[in-house]
Design a protein around this ligand. Structure first.
Ligand code: SPD
Length: 427
């Protein structure tokens, strides 16, 4: 015996960046490499980091295989640690080099546990019963694959089933759908969670029913963004509404949602709903004055294609498109996580709609950064969301449709803001 174990430390250079940023592909390749090497897999965990990079480890009966990738440098760093005569880490090395299309590599083999330093002592063997129950309870294999949304200081990870159900780079953004254990199918744009099957109702109920029950007779609605169809689905629960335009810049978002999120996107098959593939900025610029009763800005975060939807110019155009008693509601980010954006955007709304006509409100969405999310209610006239709340109509709707978050009490209490949010608004 030369040593207890062999540990190959591998550097793969000039790999295919797409491959080494794909957590499912990496997981599958590492598992196959372990099997080809003759190892017995116990457990594995793999994480994707937004926007780039994957880390993963497979615990094998004969030690471990681990990987860390830097797609932006086309670099993968791998540990192949095995023990026993029957497992050959170099078989795994050869396989992975091909899988990741590495153009060149460097590696060293370490001998772990060298015999002349080892002194074997008698260790008590487990008794037969312990041994039998250990065998019974042994986990043969358990995949653990994680998606992580993070900025420099905060991260949220969701464990998912491994296969990426949908992945396309559109003209505007990377569109992905994964199946998570805790929140079901999840739509991700450029590495940021947009909606999940399990908590989407909070966002979609709050961005729609609050303005509709504050308006006297809403008939024609514009949604800017909203390509998953969730906001339109909620609006269809109101009989007075007979026309909904959904202006979505990215047809791929609608395509992905229709295929994998049918309960959210089902509104697109209703003839009151008109999907228009166009940049919301241009749409409101060209929109005739006094066109809509309510405009809902259901945008992504203010990076990438949605950046323009957080500008004064855009809101001025929205103001023009609204009828004289019109209401705009926007998703206005998290006052905790996006403090600066939240503050600045409130000022901007106040400049356009008037200080007394802007009312931010909150809801709790576990899969968005910090969990605390804001919406902003902006009215063209002096329409107050609580004073003008049509409570009876809200109660009637709740009798007919099961909502999961919105209630008449939530409608009112959502406008009660914690001290630190009030402070953000006051300076
Ligand atoms: N950080 C997440 C912000 C997402 C806002 N838009 C969600 C779209 C759901 N229809």
């Amino acid at each position: 015996m030369e040593s207890l174990g062999r540990h190959i430390i591998v550097e793969f250079y000039e790999c295919d960046p797409e491959k080494i940023n794909n957590v499912s592909f990496i997981e599958q390749s590492m598992l196959k490499a372990a099997k080809l090497a003759g190892a017995t897999i116990i457990n594995s965990t793999f994480h994707h980091f937004s926007p780039f990079g994957v880390s993963g480890i497979i615990v094998i009966e004969e030690s471990h295989f681990a990987i860390h990738t830097w797609p932006e440098y086309q670099f993968a760093s791998i540990d192949l640690f095995t023990c026993g005569e029957l497992v050959d880490p170099w078989t795994a090395f050869d396989y992975l080099q091909k899988e990741f299309s590495a153009h060149h590599s460097s590696s060293i083999e370490l001998q772990r546990g060298q015999p002349h330093f080892l002194n074997r002592i008698p260790v008590k063997k487990p008794n037969v019963r312990d041994h039998a129950s250990n065998k019974q309870n042994r986990i043969t294999s358990n995949r653990s694959i994680w998606f992580t949304e993070r900025d420099n200081n905060i991260a949220l990870s969701l464990r998912h089933k491994g296969n990426i159900l949908y992945q396309k780079q559109s003209k505007y953004q990377k569109v992905e759908i994964i199946d998570t254990y805790a929140y079901g199918k999840t739509l991700i744009l450029d590495g940021m969670i947009m909606t999940t099957e399990k908590d989407e109702y909070v966002y979609h109920e709050m961005i729609t029913h609050v303005p509709v029950f504050s308006h006297n007779n809403p008939k024609k609605i514009l949604i800017v963004g909203g390509g998953d169809g969730g906001a339109a689905r909620e609006l269809l629960k109101h009989q007075s509404i007979n026309h909904i335009d959904v202006v979505e810049i990215d047809a791929i978002v609608i395509e992905a949602s229709k295929e994998f999120l049918p309960n959210i996107s089902k509104s697109f098959s209703n003839k009151k709903v008109h999907a228009i593939i166009e940049d919301g900025l241009q749409f409101v610029k060209n929109c005739p004055q006094n066109s809509y009763d309510i405009i809902i800005v259901d945008s992504t975060d203010p990076v990438g294609p949605a950046e323009g939807l957080f500008t004064k110019e855009f809101y001025e155009d929205v103001y023009q498109c609204l009828k004289s008693d019109g209401i705009m509601v926007t998703q206005s980010e998290s006052p905790r996580f996006n403090e600066q954006v939240f503050k600045e955007i409130q000022k901007c709304y106040q400049e356009i709609f008037g200080k007394n006509n802007v009312h931010p409100y909150l809801a709790y969405i576990p899969t968005y950064p910090s969990g605390m999310w804001s919406f902003s209610f902006c009215a063209k006239q002096n329409i107050h969301p609580i004073d003008n709340f049509h409570k009876k109509e809200a109660e009637a709707l709740l009798k007919k449709h099961k909502l999961n978050y919105y209630t008449p009490s939530i409608h009112k209490s959502a406008f009660i803001l914690p001290g630190f949010v009030q402070e953000l608004l006051s300076n």
